[in-house]
Design a protein around this ligand. Structure first.
Ligand SMILES: NC(=O)C1=CN([C@@H]2O[C@H](COP(=O)(O)OP(=O)(O)OC[C@H]3O[C@@H](n4cnc5c(N)ncnc54)[C@H](OP(=O)(O)O)[C@@H]3O)[C@@H](O)[C@H]2O)C=CC1
Ligand SMILES: CC1=C(/C=C/C(C)=C/C=C/C(C)=C/C=O)C(C)(C)CCC1
Length: 330
């Protein structure tokens, strides 16, 4: 099919990414705020104009922030489109508007958090988290994969989470949705190597976006009708303060996370997994070094319930600036 053409540039080719003079079409979900918005803008402003960005969001009423941040790139290397990852029709409609329907790089970024005791979450609410975080990504992949396979070229980036690698108390369903992504895309990665298509799971720790505020707003109105008082106390008096301190101390900016993703997209051989926050990695190491899981579960349990002062001290130490904010360049 017809490929898109850069303003003032030559016609696109279908050659390998490093040789191609033509921009690659990048489709990103969830660009109304946070990581998606930052990534769309950084790619669209690529000094080498390597990308034609289709920045999508489910509610175009929220497009002002993105348009303002895009500046001169708007209408040039960045276009805004409607896309609800929970709707088949919306996905089909969005792809039909992309020239040739060809997506070279898909970034599955749209997602939502869910926090609190499982007793307080209905099965319908849990299914809604999975429909967005897991099936949303799967739905988009099913739509772009046939084209990528035909062209023997493509890159699928998934914004997973450190909670795709390890569970965190009171984040049971959210972590499960991210674990689901990790299993699905690791499996797919093996087959897709046959087609020269790469998968990258990006695993940020806490990022300072609307994500945390949306969660806290949910928590403040939730009533937790079927939850026993001990569990509620552990959630409110132990978990919530620790989580707040974690975001405050080691929270990354969405710009930093976007920068890591831009680098990955620029690679000829992108990695399957990439954590973005060096300050959080001591916590992911606890699981990595002990496959039995005992070290991770016991240590985080103790940090929260037995040594909360040590946890706070540790977090303040991590925040002091003597460590790099990102996992170093690779
Ligand atoms: N912030 C954090 O601490 C971390 C976040 N992540 C992941 O990063 C990704 C981006 O989150 P972040 O930028 O932090 O948070 P934001 O809340 O700022 O952004 C989330 C984006 O996803 C969109 N979205 C939600 N549901 C749908 C849907 N059905 N269809 C299309 N878009 C949808 C939101 O749109 P709308 O405005 O309409 O709700 C919004 O644009 C998520 O996958 C999240 O799980 C991973 C690790 C840590
Ligand atoms: C309470 C607590 C923890 C909390 C971790 C959190 C809250 C991580 C949040 C990650 C996010 C927000 C990822 C988004 O996808 C630790 C540090 C594991 C251990 C000690 C107790």
């Amino acid at each position: 099919g017809q490929r898109q053409v850069l303003p003032g540039g030559g016609p696109a080719s279908t050659e390998g990414i490093n040789m191609a003079a033509a921009p690659r079409t990048v489709l990103i979900s969830g660009c109304s705020s946070g990581i998606g918005l930052e990534l769309a803008v950084q790619l669209a402003r690529d000094p080498r104009q390597r990308y034609q960005v289709v920045a999508t969001m489910r509610d175009l009423g929220k497009k002002e922030a993105l348009e303002a941040a895009a500046g001169e790139a708007l209408g040039q290397t960045l276009t805004v489109a409607q896309l609800d990852v929970c709707s088949d029709e919306s996905v089909a409609q969005c792809l039909s508007c992309i020239q040739g329907g060809e997506v070279d790089v898909l970034v599955n970024n749209a997602g939502m958090g869910a926090v609190g005791p499982v007793e307080g979450l209905s099965i319908a609410a849990m299914q809604n988290i999975f429909d967005t975080n897991f099936f949303g990504a799967v739905r988009l992949v099913k739509a772009v994969l046939p084209g990528m396979k035909r062209r023997r070229q493509g890159h699928i980036v998934v914004v997973s989470s450190v909670m795709g690698l390890q569970g965190v108390m009171f984040n049971d369903v959210y972590a499960a949705s991210k674990f689901a992504l990790e299993g699905f895309f690791e499996s797919l990665a093996i087959q897709l190597l046959q087609f020269n298509i790469f998968i990258s799971l990006v695993e940020p720790g806490p990022v300072v976006t609307e994500f945390e505020g949306k969660l806290l707003a949910q928590v403040s109105t939730a009533e937790f009708p079927d939850t026993d008082p001990d569990t509620l106390r552990y959630f409110r008096d132990f978990y919530l303060p620790a989580s707040r301190e974690l975001f405050r101390s080691v929270g990354q900016s969405p710009q930093d996370v976007a920068q890591v993703i831009v680098k990955i997209i620029g690679k000829a051989r992108p990695p399957l997994r990439r954590q973005t926050n060096a300050r959080y990695s001591p916590l992911t190491l606890l699981k990595a070094v002990d496959p039995s899981g005992v070290l991770y579960v016991r240590t985080t349990h103790s940090l929260l319930f037995r040594w909360p002062r040590l946890l706070n001290l540790g977090l303040r130490c991590l925040a002091c600036g003597c460590l790099p904010t990102r996992v170093g360049p690779r």
